[in-house]
Design a protein around this ligand. Structure first.
Ligand SMILES: Nc1nc2c(ncn2[C@@H]2O[C@H](COP(=O)(O)OP(=O)(O)OP(=O)(O)O)[C@@H](O)[C@H]2O)c(=O)[nH]1
Ligand SMILES: [Mg+2]
Length: 657
């Protein structure tokens, strides 16, 4: 059962090994820069952030389905069969009652963290509450064998029985028939999940390499947790939607598909449909050909209903796959068809991720290397110029030397005048920057959020709620648009500045990097679309609690918008530093070189130095800079070699689909 090519675990390890190698190469560059004292603080920070990203790059795989379709069993079979037993509880009926994340980072303590469902009654999304340890119930995971894990993890299935209005206030739908919501018991009480979210931290090789598994409960057990659809699922790198062959596509499967999978972003990439429990067809009466035909028929029918390509549907038996792995039964594993699903999952997940990491690494290191190279080249040019000046002085008399001194002095004055203009432009630059940061800034967003929240509280009708929300998104977009104008102006100004210093003073400056806010505008659009979809379903299904629910949705949206703006802010600040720093570094460097030139001519003039000593010294300096340029090129080649060429064209199987 160790077919290397279909083994997700091994492919995942290879990816993580590759990432480790990339980090090593980047760390080498960073160490070299600081050892040679060439890197500035800005580049060092950039490389540090890059290394952080390379080290804790997480890949999230989410499992979404109605209850009892086999999500937990599939997770056991794909990721944790090495325990020799199931570790996530999987049984008939509702088992997983709250979204459950499995993860591990270096330095974590093995434990289960449970967020009580009652935190829903208060403001604060799960992602905000993550920061407050006291909100969570912590269950230490002492032993890490399958039995102990099973016992601890069974807690994700705990429930409480509460009165109907309490259940409703916590965002659960109630339906006397139990179809469109939770069904009240004979005593009128409702059984609701005890926990809102579970975090499971335990050291497992796959989790250690950055895999995060997100298991979710069935539809009615989730109730209103818009964060799942607005944030957790859209940020997952792969989403597996699971159906069961014995139930087919039911009405509630379709609701989950529409509200949780499709609504989580129209991305087709990284989305797989699994048709589980095909072993139900192995009834001992049908032969293989009939089973095969039946599976194919079901796949076509599911494809029609969901409107997806049949090739993106994977019929499997999670249970038989798990048994096969635990007992080492290769024939059964083949029959479970699990390897095909894993292969597809690895294909969806890893090459795309690898490309992103590669591009990011090449871009960051490329910028730092380019900046360093132009600095070294400027240094080299200046050394050579000095060398030229001094060799020209050989055998010349005092008056020539005096002339030379005057020449350098006047160059220095010219440059200082240039600097005055530079300082003037810099103050305009910082004004522009301030207004850019004001539009893109967190204060603007906070004001918008508060204004919208107040407008929502005041409005009594759905129309008012809608208008408030539409206004919110519109103003966020306006702010981003206005920033675009300021960014263009900053770029124009810098271009002129870069040009002037290159032409008039021979500084080695290319064109300043550009910056676009398109990414953030897209994200806000996505958020608005997801919000509208959620609101539409809520408004049709829930009539009584809709006001409270809409506000809850809004809070989730606000958190997401804040995250987008935080990223935009960080990016724009980094960009501002990145475009300013080459200019600043080179200006500083040029000033130093001018001073040195003047010094050395002065010393020769005063005969405190002999000309030849000075020439030798400069030649050594030249050699040293040449050696550094060569070392830099080697470091850059190393990074490129480790990262490898971009992924080849997709395999035929995908191209044909
Ligand atoms: N025959 C068969 N049964 C399966 C298979 N996969 C899961 N099951 C059974 O289906 C039931 C539900 O499986 P779970 O893994 O608990 O399903 P789930 O989707 O996690 O369900 P919830 O946690 O309740 O939302 C269990 O009794 C499993 O043993 C399969 O491939 N074949
Ligand atoms: Mg489950």
């Amino acid at each position: 059962m160790s077919d290397v090519m279909t083994n997700l675990t091994e492919q995942f390890s290879a990816y993580s090994h590759w990432r480790g190698k990339a980090a090593e190469a980047v760390a080498k560059l960073r160490a070299w820069l600081s050892r040679n004292e060439i890197g500035d603080a800005q580049s060092d920070l950039r490389l540090q952030y890059l290394l952080d990203r390379l080290h804790d790059d997480k890949l999230t795989v989410a499992f979404v389905a109605e209850f009892s379709r086999g999500k937990s069993e599939l997770i056991n079979a794909i990721f944790f069969s090495d325990y020799g037993d199931r570790i996530l509880p999987s049984s008939a009926g509702r088992t997983t009652m709250c979204p459950t994340e499995l993860q591990w980072s270096k330095g974590d303590t093995p434990e289960l963290r449970l967020l009580p469902i009652r935190t829903r009654a208060r403001p604060g999304t799960v992602s905000e509450l993550r920061r407050y340890a006291e909100e969570w119930r912590v269950v230490p995971l002492g032993a890490l064998d399958a039995a102990s894990l099973q016992a601890a993890l069974a807690r994700v299935g705990e429930t409480d029985r509460v009165a109907q209005d309490e259940a409703a206030s916590l965002g659960f739908r109630i339906d006397a028939r139990g179809e469109d919501g939770l069904k009240p018991g004979a005593d009128g009480l409702i059984e609701i999940p005890r926990w809102r979210h579970a975090l499971i931290r335990f050291p497992h090789p796959l989790l250690e390499q950055g895999l995060v598994v997100l298991d979710t409960p069935g539809l009615n057990a989730i109730g209103a947790e818009p964060e799942l659809t607005l944030s957790m699922l859209p940020s997952a790198h792969a989403v597996l939607f699971i159906l069961a062959a014995d139930t087919g596509v039911t009405h509630s499967d379709l609701v989950v598909w529409r509200d949780h999978v499709q609504a989580a972003g129209a991305r087709e990439r990284g989305r797989l449909v699994v048709l589980n429990k095909i072993d139900g067809l192995w009834d001992g009466l049908r032969d293989d050909a009939r089973i095969e035909a039946e599976v194919a028929r079901q796949v076509r029918s599911v494809a029609d209903t969901l409107e997806v390509a049949p090739a993106s549907i994977f019929p499997v038996s999670a249970q038989k796959g798990l048994v096969a792995r635990v007992t080492g039964d290769a024939a059964l594993l083949g029959r479970s068809r699990l390897p095909a699903l894993e292969h597809a999952l690895a294909d969806e997940l890893l090459p795309a991720r690898r490309d992103i990491v590669r591009d990011d690494t090449l871009e960051e290191t490329g910028d730092v290397v380019a900046g360093t190279r132009s600095l070294l080249e400027a240094r080299l040019a200046s050394l050579r110029e000095q060398l030229q000046e001094l060799t020209d002085l050989r055998g010349k008399n005092q008056s020539v030397i005096e002339y030379m001194m005057r020449k350098i002095r006047s160059e220095k004055e010219d440059f200082e005048q240039g600097l005055q203009k530079y300082y003037a432009v810099r103050s305009v630059f910082s004004e522009l920057t301030n207004s850019l940061l004001a539009h893109m800034g967190m204060d603007a967003l906070r004001d918008e959020t508060r204004r919208t929240r107040e407008a929502m509280l005041e409005s009594q009708f759905t129309r008012g709620l809608r208008q408030a929300m539409e206004g919110f998104f519109q103003r966020l977009r306006d702010n981003l648009q206005r920033s675009t104008g300021e960014i263009a102006e900053i770029t124009r100004m810098l271009e002129a500045m870069y040009k002037r210093f290159s032409v008039e003073h021979g500084l080695k400056l290319g064109l300043p990097e550009t910056f676009s806010t398109l990414r953030y505008e897209r994200e806000i659009e996505r958020l608005e679309a997801a919000f509208n979809r959620q609101i539409n379903t809520t408004l049709t299904l829930v009539t009584t609690e809709k006001h409270a629910l809409t506000q809850k949705f809004f809070e989730t949206v606000a958190v997401q918008a804040r995250r987008t703006f935080e990223i935009a802010n960080r990016d724009v600040e980094q960009w501002l530093r990145a475009v300013m720093s080459p200019l600043e570094t080179q200006v500083r460097e040029y000033q130093i070189q001018l001073k040195r030139r003047l010094e050395s001519v002065k010393r020769i003039h005063q005969a405190t130095d002999t000309l030849e000593d000075r020439v030798d010294e400069l030649k050594q300096g030249e050699d040293a800079v040449l050696a550094q340029l060569a070392e830099l090129a080697a470091l850059e080649r190393d990074i490129a070699a480790v990262l490898g060429a971009p992924a080849a064209a997709p395999p035929l199987r995908q191209a044909a689909a």
